[in-house]
Write a protein of this length. Structure first.
Length: 655
């Protein structure tokens, strides 16, 4: 199978989404000049070009695409060619209303925006396959083409009639019989028993709470339907160009797709990443998504989109201060990216994204954005030969599973202050602040390579996943689990005793009596630290080696943290510093050290291959002590014993 290295060929891909159809052709030549000057070596074409390519049903207009592909080819700029299927032309919805999705209240999602397609619509799929077929046949052999990009950020749901029919088929495959479905969904509750498949619906707007397993299965179904759409187009382009890698871009930590499953179907895993420049934890958000994407890719990955400056979709859209675009781009490379790309090359003058930055902003060549983009292009070219194809290594795995997210984050749960992504962020943040690099893994993956496995929260665990965690722990691994883990089986049925019995045994818990969730801002005192969000009334069974008790209040004296051998259970969310310290202690016990000792708080350090990346996330310059002499590949100079990083500065050091 082809991979990212077939497209990078030793370079870091640098460029972005390019929408030449929004510009007169004179601008195309100016674009090429500016791209070359900035070191741009790749553009993604065609993402939203369907109406231009197929102005009327079955008609084709490839002339403009031929010209821009040739122009890019002559300029030595590779093309990632997208299938345009994320935004069907208006004629499609007009002629075929069955292609339009419905929301849960039955309202149609109309054309005029984008992504107004029903994943279940046979008509949509037929048109999507036809345009993909013609695009692939025409450009498969084009010398500029380096990769295929299918659709864009698959993210639609559909509660409509055709989706309902497909949902029933999907449920038949999953459950076999209606009896099995009734059992899995627990339809004895509230008189929901189904007597005929025709009665089974997507979870449409009800009078009161929905059936949680119906919702869970609908999310599984949606992810699978979108994956079918992706795979159909992928198979077409692969048939025409088996030598070219195929990708589709994920949204970061997006609830709608089981990205573990999807990543198996891609040659290149790519993601779009837009941390808020004002968010004090923006860099950690980036690190989390990068760690997750690298883990899905099991190696180098592609940063498909980021913003060179401001986005346009937050309440207040802040630009990136001087140096931040470079810093966050180098962070992605440190954490395994072999491609640093943007939405988009040239900022639009019209349309809903005209106030979203581009690599070339409205200010043009003299604008700060383009100037910084040009500097970064030179930096990436300098480090590329030492970086591409190498791996960032981590000895800690954080477990995450979409199915657990889908089951756990529903209505009518014990606390809406607690959610799956929030827990992932909190635990990853503690590890990030401790300068401990992490991979992510699925709870059924082989974990034996990691000395430490961290489970922020896995509300739903399959029997196989429980087996896997137990095998890992009994095999000598150190396992740390947060609360609300192992509560439900794969049909979201609460496990006897309220938490998986084998896990209770692993941690030394006899009885989990009650959950005591906390209000926002409320804390609970534990010996040596304070807990937030959650606390638990549980009895130890006397087999734990150590327990840290709650102090005062209803839970006084009961265990807040239990350790039995190398297995840890944490029944609250310790305040950030306490969680960082706890995880540092546990990691040390498992033989896992921070990347460097004594690092200033605002400096992130990551090892990739034999390189050490140092990234200053602070606005003040900072010095890092580092014994020995290293070559800074960004400046081409040697540094001895101490590295000084300017505001948002970075160093890429080779021993
Ligand atoms: C992404 C999308 C791009 C653009 C960008 C703006 O989600 O793929 O097409 O809309 O957001 O930030």
């Amino acid at each position: 199978m082809p991979g990212l290295s077939d497209a990078t060929r030793g370079r870091i891909l640098y460029g972005g989404d390019h929408n030449p159809e929004q510009w007169p052709e004179e601008t195309w030549h100016e674009d090429v000049r500016l791209m070359r000057q900035a070191g741009v070596n790749t553009v993604t074409l065609g993402v939203f070009s369907w109406a231009k390519l197929e102005p009327r049903p079955g008609e084709r207009d490839f002339g403009w695409l031929d010209r821009i592909m040739d122009l890019m080819g002559e300029a030595g700029i590779g093309v990632v060619l997208a299938t345009p299927t994320a935004s069907p032309p208006p004629w499609m919805g007009h002629l075929h209303p069955d292609t339009l999705p419905r929301d849960e209240e039955g309202r149609t999602e109309w054309w005029g925006g984008r992504q107004h397609f029903s994943h279940s619509s046979a008509t949509y799929r037929r048109y999507a396959a036809a345009i993909t077929e013609d695009l692939a046949a025409r450009y498969a052999g084009h010398p500029a083409l380096t990769m295929w990009h299918i659709n864009n950020e698959y993210c639609t749901y559909d509660w409509g009639d055709e989706a309902a029919a497909r949902f029933r088929d999907w449920l038949r495959d999953r459950h076999g019989t209606l009896d099995a479905l009734n059992t899995a969904w627990g339809t004895a509750f509230w008189s929901q028993g189904y007597g005929d498949w025709a009665e089974v619906m997507p979870p449409r707007h009800p009078h009161y709470l929905k059936n949680p397993t119906q919702v869970l299965d609908f999310k599984r179904f949606t992810s699978d339907m979108l994956l079918e759409c992706y795979a159909a187009e992928r198979d077409i382009v692969r048939r025409h160009s088996p030598h070219l890698p195929v990708t589709t871009n994920f949204m970061p930590l997006w609830a709608g797709q089981d990205a573990w499953r999807w990543a198996e179907e891609e040659d290149v895993v790519s993601v779009d990443l837009y941390p808020d420049p004002r968010d004090p934890f923006g860099a950690q958000e980036g690190a989390l998504v990068q760690d997750m994407t690298r883990s899905q890719a099991r190696g180098p990955w592609m940063l498909m989109e980021q913003a060179a400056g401001a986005v346009n979709w937050r309440g207040v859209n802040h630009p990136k201060p001087h140096g931040l675009n470079r810093l966050w781009s180098l962070q992605a490379v440190a954490r395994g990216a072999d491609a640093v790309c943007y939405f988009q090359w040239r900022q639009s003058r019209q349309g809903a994204e005209k106030f979203h930055s581009g690599m070339v902003s409205h200010a043009g060549e003299q604008g700060r954005t383009y100037q910084e983009v040009t500097r970064l292009g030179a930096d990436l070219a300098r480090i590329a030969p030492h970086v591409t194809g190498t791996h960032s290594t981590a000895r800690i795995a954080v477990l995450h599973d979409w199915h657990s997210w889908w089951a756990g984050d529903q209505e009518a749960r014990p606390s809406h202050e607690v959610d799956h992504p929030g827990m992932l962020r909190a635990w990853h943040r503690a590890l990030w602040q401790a300068h401990l690099t992490t991979d992510f893994a699925h709870p059924e993956h082989d974990l034996s390579a990691y000395p430490l496995v961290v489970v922020p929260q896995l509300y739903l665990l399959t029997d196989t996943a429980v087996d896997n965690l137990l095998a890992y722990a009994h095999g000598g691994g150190t396992l740390v689990c947060g609360f609300l883990t192992g509560i439900a089986d794969e049909d979201d049925r609460v496990r006897p005793g309220g938490m998986d019995a084998r896990l209770r045994d692993l941690f030394g818990i006899r009885t989990l009596h009650e959950w005591w969730p906390l209000d926002a801002g409320e804390t609970v005192t534990c010996e040596g630290f304070r807990g937030t969000l959650w606390s638990e009334e549980l009895d130890a069974d006397g087999t734990a080696d150590a327990t840290t008790p709650y102090k005062g209040g209803e839970l006084d004296g009961l265990p807040a943290v239990l350790r039995k051998g190398r297995a840890w259970y944490v029944s609250t969310l310790p305040e950030p510093e306490a969680l960082r310290d706890l995880l540092t202690r546990i990691a040390t016990g498992a033989g896992v050290r921070p990347v460097l000792d004594g690092l200033p708080d605002q400096v992130e350090a990551v090892r990739r291959g034999d390189l050490l990346f140092l990234l200053n996330h602070g606005r003040e310059p900072v010095a890092v002590d580092l014994p020995g002499t290293h070559r800074d590949l960004l400046t081409g100079t040697d540094v001895t014993d101490r590295v000084t990083l300017g505001r948002h500065g970075a160093a890429v050091l080779r021993p």
